[in-house]
Design a protein around this ligand. Structure first.
Ligand SMILES: Cc1cc2nc3c(=O)[nH]c(=O)nc-3n(C[C@H](O)[C@H](O)[C@H](O)COP(=O)(O)O)c2cc1C
Length: 193
């Protein structure tokens, strides 16, 4: 059984990226994965600062988020595009979880993990530019990123009030990405064991 952590890079209550990642999570579950969905805004993380870290150590919330990453095989991530890149909320969480405690291997939260990435935006391009920066970041910290990805354009029009996707083509593409991650992780586990 593979374990996938799913989250969006937006803390907004009505975030379309949260809705998008939830659809992909369903696809992964239908393919047999166990998926945990978390909201980054639930982790009370100060802006990362090495002085703060030296004085106070890792915040409890940062440790909790890092442990969640460590305890999952792969990640489903949907990111908003802010000025062509990812949000500071997302990068701050990634930076905190990259910090090593004495008994851990370096980059324990990221190395050997596999991610599938998505973006959603009300704009026509769906945040396609953030996927370039997101892929680069994740690969650089040791997480393999599936070649398949999805940018969801016109995203404000694709969900009903309950957050259900109303466009069949988008639903199929997102579920298929979740399924591909689950199946890839399953194959890797079989090979390694
Ligand atoms: C600071 C800022 C920068 C943004 N830059 C972009 C951008 O470069 N491309 C884009 O498609 N949308 C951009 N947007 C609009 C976001 O796509 C939109 O706010 C979206 O709803 C954010 O995702 P969420 O619904 O998951 O919070 C920007 C929004 C903010 C607040």
């Amino acid at each position: 059984m593979v374990k996938i952590l799913a989250f969006a890079g937006s803390g907004r209550k009505n975030s379309v990226n949260k809705k998008v990642v939830a659809v992909a999570a369903k696809g992964a579950e239908e393919a047999g994965a166990v998926v945990t969905i978390v909201n980054l805004e639930d982790y009370d993380l100060p802006i990362f600062n090495e002085d703060l870290e030296a004085e106070q150590g890792m915040p409890v919330a940062a440790q909790a988020f890092k442990e969640l990453l460590i305890n999952h095989d792969g990640f489903l991530i949907s990111s908003p595009e802010y000025n062509s890149s990812y949000s500071s909320l997302f990068k701050n969480a990634i930076d905190w979880a990259s910090r090593k405690s004495s008994d851990e291997a370096p980059m324990a939260a990221y190395r050997g993990k596999v991610a599938a990435i998505m973006a959603a935006s009300p704009g026509a391009l769906g945040g396609i530019r953030v996927l370039v920066t997101l892929r680069m970041l994740l690969e650089n910290i040791g997480t393999m990123v599936l070649p398949s990805q999805k940018a969801v354009g016109g995203a404000f029009k694709l969900f009903d009030e309950q957050g259900n996707v109303t466009d069949e083509k988008t639903e199929k593409a997102l579920k298929s990405l979740g399924k591909e991650l689950a199946e890839t992780l399953t194959k890797l586990k079989v090979k390694l064991s």
